[in-house]
Design a protein around this ligand. Structure first.
Ligand code: PLP
Length: 409
């Protein structure tokens, strides 16, 4: 007799973006012919850099010839890409072994799956607000008794509240936790932790034998000096941190799909032996995953250095210029805004303490602009919206003009 996995029932209704899409569709039905300006989801819009396309076309042509055709590759990724990533990290003063690098089809799946190598009764700390995958994957894996309606939070998870008062830098957990999810630069707030702030987390984790899951998907958006591009820039982090990252926002690979995860050989938790967590992730990946696309891997390799890296950086600069226009546009309208300097996301305070879903509806109704309600990322986001820089420049310009002309606050 089959029965459902009760942990999945513990998940609160609807993922954030399906609910946004539902509201947008409803609005479109009532407003036929009107164009929607989408500054909600973090989905890339600009063309793939030429050097990356050329690298992938070359691989496709190799696949078209039986002499150079390749089928399944290593589940952990092709050696040249793992070694390319080792070289890439040297720029930040980080030394890795290629056996510590696991190539994947993107950071979302790794962010969701990584918890599987830790005990089911692990206590999880997430920032509030947070990228929803960290929360939902742990709830679906049985680490919460379910949604607590009165607090707008899940039972049993520890929320590290990121507010205006702490400049959206998460405080250390006030109790012992086992896994801590950090995203730097942060989605959704756009805030960035500096070396000293991150060092406190590394020291906490080493003291409590906790593990930090560090998501650096937006590290290429760091434009200012003094911020770490990798957690391994912090001394001791290789003993207590796993790093996830992605080519999606760096090289426009949201649809191509490619990411990576670093599980150091020296990483330890309370009861692991040396190298065990690396071996367990290897075991998990070789069992559940058959490797990333060999075409995507060739493109990703091209993004790491030379012309491909330069072109990827230009793509990032384009979105950062959008972010600047959004930041300045919202500020000119009198809104309080954060982020958008080392990040493609602007975290804007709703006017007059408005709930984020109500402000979402207002922006859609008055300006035809879609944003993401901050409340969807956690209770600390309920008076904020996230505005994404991922759209064509001309749409960003129109969206800011619509807000300037039509938003009543
Ligand atoms: N991590 C963060 C913080 C993200 O914002 C995203 C995507 O928006 C991802 C991971 C997912 O990246 P990928 O496209 O590599 O799955």
């Amino acid at each position: 007799m089959a029965t459902v996995n009760k942990a999945f029932r513990a998940l609160a209704s609807g993922y954030l973006f399906p609910e946004i899409n539902r509201r947008v569709r409803f609005w479109q039905t009532n407003n036929p012919g009107k164009d929607v300006l989408r500054l909600g989801i973090g989905n890339t819009t600009e063309a793939l850099p030429l050097a990356l396309r050329e690298a992938m076309i070359e691989k496709i042509n190799e696949l078209g010839d039986r002499e150079t055709y390749t089928g399944y590759g290593d589940e952990q990724g092709d050696t040249y890409l793992r070694e390319g990533l080792v070289e890439y990290y040297k720029k930040f003063g980080v030394e890795l072994e290629s056996s510590e690098v696991f190539v994947s089809d993107g950071a979302k799946s790794d962010a969701a799956n990584i918890q599987a190598i830790f005990a089911t009764d692990s206590i999880i700390a997430v920032t509030d607000p947070a990228y929803p995958v960290y929360v939902d994957s742990n709830v679906a894996s049985g680490r919460s008794r379910g949604w607590d309606e009165s607090r707008g939070m899940y039972h049993d998870l520890v929320y590290l509240s990121c507010t205006e008062e702490n400049s959206f830098i998460p405080p250390l957990p006030s109790e012992r936790v086992d896994l801590i999810y950090l995203c730097n630069p942060n989605n959704p707030t756009g805030a960035v932790m500096n070396h000293a702030q991150l060092k406190e987390f590394v020291e906490y984790a080493r003291f409590h034998k906790s593990v930090i899951i560090y998501d650096s998907a937006y590290s290429e958006y760091i434009t200012e000096e003094g911020y770490p591009h990798s957690i391994y820039e912090i001394e001791g982090a290789k003993e207590c941190a796993i790093e996830l990252s992605s080519f999606s926002k760096f090289s426009g690979f949201t649809g191509v799909r490619l990411g990576w995860t670093i599980v150091p050989n020296t990483l330890m938790c309370a009861d692991s032996t040396k190298g065990e967590l690396n071996r367990l992730w290897n075991r998990r990946q070789t069992t559940f995953f058959n490797g990333a696309s060999n075409i995507a891997q060739r493109g990703g390799f091209a993004a790491l250095s030379g012309e491909g890296h330069k072109q990827s950086r230009a793509l990032v600069a384009y979105y950062l210029e959008n972010a600047r226009l959004i930041r300045e546009g919202l500020e000119a309208k009198g809104l309080t805004v954060y982020g958008g300097v080392n990040s493609p996301y602007i975290w804007a305070k709703t006017p007059n303490g408005l709930d984020s879903w109500r402000f979402f509806d207002q922006l859609l109704d008055q300006c035809n602009v879609v944003v993401t309600p901050g409340g969807g990322f956690g209770p600390a986001g309920k008076n904020f919206i996230r505005v994404s820089a991922y759209n064509h420049r001309e749409n960003v310009v129109i969206a800011m003009r619509m807000i300037q002309e039509h938003l009543t606050i």
